[in-house]
Structures are given as C-alpha cells and as structure tokens.
Design a protein around this ligand. Sequence first.
Ligand code: FAD
Ligand code: FES
Length: 250
Amino acid sequence: MREIVATVLENKRIADGIYSLTFAADEETVVRPGQFCMIGLVGFPLRRPIAVCQAAGERVTVCYQVRGSGTRSLARDYKAGEKLSVLLPLGNGFFVAPDEKRIAVVGGGVGIFPLISLIRACAGKKEIYAYMGFRNRAALCMEYEMQRADHLTLATDDGSVGFHGTSVQAFMSELDEVKPDAVFACGPTPMLRALKSAMSGRGIPVYVSLEERMGCGIGACLVCVCNRTGGAHARVCKDGPVFEIGDVEL
Ligand SMILES: Cc1cc2nc3c(=O)[nH]c(=O)nc-3n(C[C@H](O)[C@H](O)[C@H](O)COP(=O)(O)OP(=O)(O)OC[C@H]3O[C@@H](n4cnc5c(N)ncnc54)[C@H](O)[C@@H]3O)c2cc1C
Ligand code: FES
C-alpha cells in the first residue's frame, strides 16, 4: 500500500448518478480484482473507500455513485488536471483457485464495479457466468465491460432491461444448469443475505466483498469491524473486503 498524489485524467457521468473517474498514479500500480483505494477529498477528514475497476500501467479507473457530500464533491470538484490523494491498493481482493474453472459473478448496484475487474482478469481463462443487477435502465452502465463474460444476464428491479428481479434471483433460476465451481458476489447487504440463504448447503464456495463504513482503510481504527461466524471479529478493510460467505454474519 502506498499514498500517491494522483492527477485526474477524466471524471465523467456514465449513468444516472454514476461517474467514472480515471487518474494517473506516479508509477505503475498493480491491483488485484476486488482491491480498493481510499480517496482523500479537500475539506473531508475521512477518505472514501472505492473499489478499483481497472488498473493499467499508471492509469487507474474507479466508478462511483453519488450518495452523500463526499461523492458529490468528487463528481463536482475534480475535473481533469486536479490532484487527488489516494491510498492504494488496499484489502485482499478476490482469489480464484486454479480448479475453479467455471465461475459465477453476481453483482448488484455499485457492487458491479469490483466484479468488472474480476471479469476482465478472468476473461479467456475461466468460463464466466455474470449476473448483474441494476435499479432500472437509467442506472445501467459498463455493459461493454460486462460483455467480456461468456454469459451475461442483466437484471433490473423494474424489468426495464433483462430479467425482472434481482441478480440473485436471476442467478438462482439458472444455478442447476450452470453448476459453477465458485461464486463471487458484491452488492448491498440484503442482496448478499439472500444469496447466503439461497446457497446454504449446496457445497459451492461463495466469496463476497463487503461494504462497511471505513475510517482509515488500513486496519488501524477498527471502524469497519464485522462479526465472523462463531463470535470473532474481522476488519473489512484489512482482513477483507472479500470473505467466504459462511465466514461472516450478514
Ligand atoms: C471496500 C469498499 C468498496 C467500495 N466501492 C465502491 C465503488 O466501487 N463504487 C461506489 O459507488 N461506492 C463504493 N463503496 C461505497 C462508498 O465508499 C460510499 O458510497 C461512499 O464512501 C459514500 O461517501 P459520501 O461522502 O458520498 O456519503 P456520506 O454518507 O456523506 O458519507 C459519510 C461517511 O460514511 C461513509 N460511507 C457512507 N456510505 C458508505 C458505504 N456504503 N460504504 C462505506 N462507507 C460509507 C463515507 O465513506 C463517509 O466516511 C465502497 C465501499 C467499500 C467499503
Ligand atoms: S477502516 Fe480502519 S480498521 Fe478498517
């Protein structure tokens, strides 16, 4: 992990309330799928955690939804040429075992962004079934990136595009035919909870990337602690954000 002063190359709206930000690091940055960065914003004491969507050479791209004052400032105040203080790469990221040849990727909302980097890393090496959920057509983005998967199912809450329902429902409706060796998921907690309950007892490993409020992002402040099954605790920023689904309480 290192702290860099990055230069914003591009910060553009790609869907309703969603932006793609590309910045240049000072040197080549190696980031595993599922790792994240902490972005410092002028006037905000706490950095904001955002998954890395793509890292190529010195260029790093993150995608974010405008939710509160920090992401609003990021969208409004950081045009090309502005400087950003960024900590990266952080967290463990996804690990796909060599014998996991057919994988399912299940994402919802901003949870699709870390999964896009997983799809890119596995394209051509694994057989990928992707199930990606959005609120509606206006929130749909990065379709060309998701199409790197061998099989892509889009789902929307209102049925305006693809499957009418959640990405978990779309995935579960095909699970018995697809029979993945492992499942990788990221999205809102209720979605992950539904996935946990639907996959319980099926003997297929499921790995989830959790979203918790964070203070430091480097394991020091304990703001992000979650409960492990059995009573122990874990720091989402340092021990995660990716966990085996049975390992954590949701
Ligand atoms: C590992 C990780 C990866 C993430 N990746 C992405 C991503 O790729 N794209 C994306 O749009 N969002 C992502 N998020 C969520 C993102 O961090 C929050 O939406 C963002 O911090 C909200 O900041 P704000 O100032 O706009 O909101 P405010 O509500 O004003 O924020 C107040 C405080 O709460 C924290 N906070 C608020 N909501 C969340 C949240 N859902 N998760 C974590 N902290 C939160 C903020 O960081 C800030 O410290 C990720 C979160 C985590 C933990
Ligand atoms: S955010 Fe500080 S320990 Fe995780």
